[in-house]
Design a protein around this ligand. Structure first.
Ligand SMILES: [Zn+2]
Length: 532
């Protein structure tokens, strides 16, 4: 016979011991974790974390719920701890929001033998113990009273442990804010609550932006067609045009484009970066709620009579194209590009002629790639692009040498290079009828084992350059350059300056010759290089 309160306490102790390796490792790496007082501080945190989790569990674990709630918490925490340990990911609101929109196909790639083992060991095994125990029979009133006392006692203990270490703890949490996202299971519970609350809040209508906007081009000017290629998970350091030791961008290097070697992403995951890139606020005026509550670049273009189309080989436009024409290739069955339920990014150009023919006049098309979405980099490119070998060809990065992981990652960039070059080729054909341009930029980077980090999603404040620096590349058709009097040498001359994702919003408006106070010339890649 084990009472539910005892069970909640045991579970909290278990989490502190078994599920928080990433947190303790992060603590040991801090200055406080290496100081003489580290043991006292560590012990204080262990007591506080255990007590807080116990108190939290006492709210939801009782005689009727224990056989369901505790196993759910155990399984989810086992998965969270696995990813925190293995890939050094942080479990915050964005990470959980990402998980909530994960497609079954993505999920399948994440379920590896090691994860299953972790779930059996840290999810199933303790759950079996929970199911094996029996709750003592008590009166309901007595049970509630005991839980209430338990909650009060655990919170008093937690407060005491925090109070005794208050100074050291507050300075640690101030300096290492992101560490709290490593405390399981509290991290995913809080993040889940926030992510769900945010989902509900996004139903309100979006604020209009740039109500002063108008298109200013001479009467009789040719219509424009701009393609925005949003890359996925491409890290600037592996981009051939940026001077990477390997030429991963041979086809773009042969084109007459402009490469931007120093570009910082808005965030380190798609959920943050994508809405931010297409917003007027951007990184310079970042406000997550304002961005989600406002119309995007695509909405603004739509109001101006520009046709928009968002073609997606990923998990959608995260609100940036809400209510606007959208095509998903997630379940497309185009034999030339699609195998095993996934399509290579070349599919984004499939029958684009016909789609664009239905959009006469000015048009902006976004191609949202699957790019280098990990960990299955090897599944992102056709066989012909397997140039760097041996390439890691399993979903479990831990089963591959780092070199093989990098090889697969670089092969995937080679394929992105080819798709973007094909898009330019396609635009060259379209240039007979319209002035055309293309801009490519990745949503965020990726860690590939540098200091033990893999994948992406580390909070911006502590994110390494591998996750924050992204490639960006611009191509302008000769006809568009001619029409706007753009001096390409001038554009190239300004390419080495530091840039951010904010370039997208103002540059696309500039390319469409949209005049508005919201377009910031500082962010327009062509500002100062036009004949006016
Ligand atoms: Zn992404």
């Amino acid at each position: 016979m084990v009472g539910s309160g005892t069970l909640a306490l045991l579970a909290a102790v278990y989490f502190s011991l078994a599920s928080n390796a990433a947190f303790w490792a992060a603590f040991r790496a801090t200055e406080a974790g290496q100081s003489a007082a580290a043991w006292a501080l560590g012990l204080g945190m262990a007591v506080a974390i255990t007590a807080l989790h116990a108190g939290l569990l006492l709210f939801v674990v009782n005689r009727w719920t224990r056989n369901v709630v505790l196993p759910i918490v155990l399984f989810v925490t086992a998965a969270a701890a696995f990813y925190m340990d293995r890939y050094h990911v942080y479990i915050d609101r964005d990470m959980v929001a990402n998980v909530l929109v994960t497609e079954p196909k993505e999920a399948r790639e994440l379920i590896t033998a090691d994860l299953v083992l972790a779930l059996l060991l840290h999810g199933l095994l303790p759950s079996l113990l929970v199911w094996w125990t029996r709750a003592p029979v008590r009166g309901v009133g007595k049970g509630i009273a005991m839980h209430a006392v338990g909650i009060v006692v655990t919170f008093v203990i937690a407060l005491g442990a925090i109070g005794l270490n208050y100074q050291a703890l507050s300075s640690l949490m101030r300096n290492e804010k992101s560490m709290r996202h490593l405390i399981a299971p509290g991290n995913w519970m809080v993040a889940l609550g926030k992510a769900l609350r945010e989902r509900r809040a996004t139903d309100a209508p979006r604020q209009l932006i740039a109500t002063d906007a108008r298109i200013e081009r001479p009467a009789g000017a040719r219509p424009r067609l701009v393609v925005v290629v949003v890359g996925e998970t491409v890290n600037a350091a592996h981009w051939g045009l940026n001077g990477y030791a390997r030429q991963t961008t041979p086809r773009l290097a042969a084109l007459d484009g402009v490469n931007y070697p120093d570009v910082e992403a808005c965030g380190t995951n798609t959920e943050v970066s994508l809405p931010c890139m297409f917003s007027s606020q951007g990184l310079h005026d970042y406000d997550r709620d304002a961005i989600r509550g406002s119309e995007s670049l695509m909405h603004l273009l739509d109001h101006l009579g520009v046709h928009t189309l968002w073609r997606d080989n990923q998990t959608g436009c995260k609100g940036a194209c809400e209510g606007l024409p959208f095509e998903s290739f997630l379940d497309a069955q185009v034999p030339a590009y699609c195998t095993g339920g996934r399509c290579f990014d070349g599919v984004l150009l499939h029958e684009l002629d016909a789609a664009v023919a239905r959009m006469p006049g000015d048009a902006v098309v976004v191609l949202h790639m699957l790019g280098n979405h990990g960990p299955s980099y090897y599944a992102r490119y056709p066989e012909a692009f397997k140039r760097f070998t041996p390439a890691c060809e399993v979903d479990e990065l831990g089963d591959c040498e780092r070199d093989a992981i990098v090889n697969a990652y670089d092969n995937a960039i080679l394929y992105t290079d080819s798709v973007v070059a094909d898009a330019v080729g396609w635009l060259e054909q379209q240039s007979a009828a319209r002035d055309t341009a293309l801009i490519y930029l990745s949503d965020h980077g990726e860690s590939l084992g540098e200091s033990g980090l893999y994948l992406h999603g580390v909070p911006r404040m502590v994110a390494p350059d591998e996750q924050l620096k992204v490639p960006m590349w611009l191509w302008l058709s000769p006809a568009l350059r001619e029409a706007d009097g753009i001096d390409l040498a001038c554009v190239r001359g300004a390419a080495d300056a530091p840039r951010t994702h904010d370039a997208l919003f103002s540059t696309v408006l500039g390319l469409m010759r949209v005049e508005t106070a919201v377009r910031d010339p500082d962010f327009d890649l062509l500002a100062g290089c036009r004949r006016d």
